[in-house]
Design a protein around this ligand. Sequence first.
Ligand code: ADP
Length: 245
Amino acid sequence: MGSVEVVRLEGVRKEYRRGDSRVVALDGVEVGFGAGSFTAIMGPSGSGKSTLLQCAAGLDRVDEGRVLLDGVPVHELSERALTVLRREQMGFVFQSFNLIPALTARQNVELPLRLAGRPLDAAVVERGLADVGLADRGGHRPAELSGGQQQRVAIARALVTRPKVLFADEPTGALDSRTAGDVLALLREVVHRHGQTVIMVTHDPVAASFAQRVLFLKDGAVTGELASPTAEGVALRMASLEASC
Ligand code: ADP
């Protein structure tokens, strides 16, 4: 039996208007993400990676097809229902960390609990900080932390509500390669512990090699995938995709 799919896109099509013309960003994407899996999405610039992430997270509406999160039809939900679903079931990590500068690391991690109206369980917040190796940094503001530490706070913040899915958009794009590796190894370990699913857009083959599977996009469609990827294998596949553009 295959693993349960937490996120599923079926026949997803997405177009953007650009002046008088239309750009097809996603062209019949059919893909599933199993519970507890860690998938990297790669492809040449403009191939639809960010659009796929945005549509999967319900941040953008699909023109055709279905997006299912644990069987819930995300594409049919109202904005209000989507907001609730995102707060409860999804976590987000971005290249630019997006921490609130005036708040301490601890207060940043607490924020999603406050927004979701959940009780502030101090033990949960401290465990979240400890999970990312920042047990002794809770009182620091972002400016007092390194880039890698800031991204680890962002990861703790994204995971504090125990979302089913973590969406990561170039999470290591602003980090040096060694720090990037440390952050991804830690991310992989934390989500594994809680059986969470990660969908990560990246253009870095080394970052992608931390995933269990890499999906390759070209011209808005999935053109292939690689299981148990190595950085070299991913780089080779990317080179051939870019050469055929
Ligand atoms: P990637 O993340 O792989 O670089 P994107 O998903 O950002 O690709 O973009 C896919 C295609 O859709 C590109 O041609 C891009 O120019 C177009 N696109 C993306 N977002 C918009 C938008 N908001 N308005 C118009 N065109 C867009």
